[in-house]
Design a binder for this molecule. Structure first.
Ligand code: MN
Length: 290
């Protein structure tokens, strides 16, 4: 199988200062992953040279993800917020291009967090219009944009795969894809297996997350069904393990994600266990010469 197996940097570190970048990249490689997903919330402030250097030394591939702060929500009715969101997305695309990432995704379609009311028609149209410009700009760098369908407490716009596919069709850009996550599907989908198959070739990125955001296998997600759907679909893209514990996570992100307790305390043990779990589902750990 041609899938690239990744891990979210948030398993190892709470930020992306050069020391954290080095540690996360080294540990991701040591624990058997092919790719590291970098949180690019404030991409203009991240160190491109250090990131490139550590990635080059490790041989890892890389992706970037972020969530838009509420004051930079591109689905907002306020022009200032939309402009701020578009700028953050453009900066994330620029960072991704500079470090050799071909993917920028996450909760980039709407403000990341619990909204006080449903999205308005106007807000949704604003998001679609902005996303079209972001996609065209990203396309010039060969970058695919991924819309993560997330649970109702983290977005009021895209909670299901079907909503995400409708939005993709409306934007109408070839480098816009759906990003599905087992944790979120477990909350919002009638049938995650069906949701994956119905997404079809619009699926561009996949997150493995347990129902409690902890270690895979220690929760209620039916991973067998999700892996079976990916196999049936012939999905050959990235599959990234995502898990959060307040033992490691940046306090701001921890609060937005409502991580109120330690789901685990040893990041390296968690990463190894998760990689073993993924291997058991048909994605063996490659032998590395180093
Ligand atoms: Mn996710």
């Amino acid at each position: 199988m041609g899938n690239v197996i990744g891990i979210h940097a948030g398993v190892f570190v709470g930020g992306w200062q050069p020391g954290q970048a080095r540690r996360a990249i080294e540990l991701a490689a040591q624990t058997g992953y092919d790719l590291i997903e970098i949180p690019a919330f404030n991409a203009a402030g991240l160190d491109v040279d250090a990131t490139r250097r550590y990635l080059g030394e490790s041989g890892l591939e890389v992706s970037c993800s972020l969530g838009l702060p509420m004051e930079a929500d591109i689905a907002s009715s306020e022009e200032g917020a939309r402009a701020a969101g578009e700028q953050l997305l453009n900066e994330a695309v620029d960072f991704a291009a500079a470090i050799g990432s071909r993917y920028v995704g996450g909760v980039i379609h709407s403000g990341f967090g619990k909204h006080p009311a449903p999205v308005t028609d106007h807000g949704r149209a604003n998001s679609v219009e902005t996303m079209r410009r972001v996609c065209r700009r990203a396309g010039e760098h060969g970058i695919t944009i991924g819309l993560e369908a997330v649970n109702r407490y983290e977005s009021h716009l895209l909670n299901t795969a079907a909503q995400t596919c409708d939005y993709i069709n409306e934007v109408g850009e070839p480098n816009l894809s759906a990003h599905l996550d087992t944790y979120h599907m477990n909350i919002e989908e009638v049938d995650p297996y069906r949701a994956i198959l119905d997404t079809g070739d619009r699926l561009g990125y996949f997150h493995i997350g347990e129902s409690n955001r902890g270690a895979p296998g220690a929760g209620t997600v039916d991973f067998d069904k999700s892996f079976a759907a990916l196999d049936e679909l012939g999905y050959e893209g990235v599959i990234t393990f995502e898990s959060f514990s307040s033992a490691v996570l940046d306090p701001n992100l921890s609060n937005t994600l409502a991580i109120w307790r330690n789901t685990w305390t040893d990041p390296v043990a968690c990463a190894r266990q998760a990689r073993g779990f993924i291997a058991e589902h048909g994605f063996p750990i490659p032998d590395r010469a180093d």
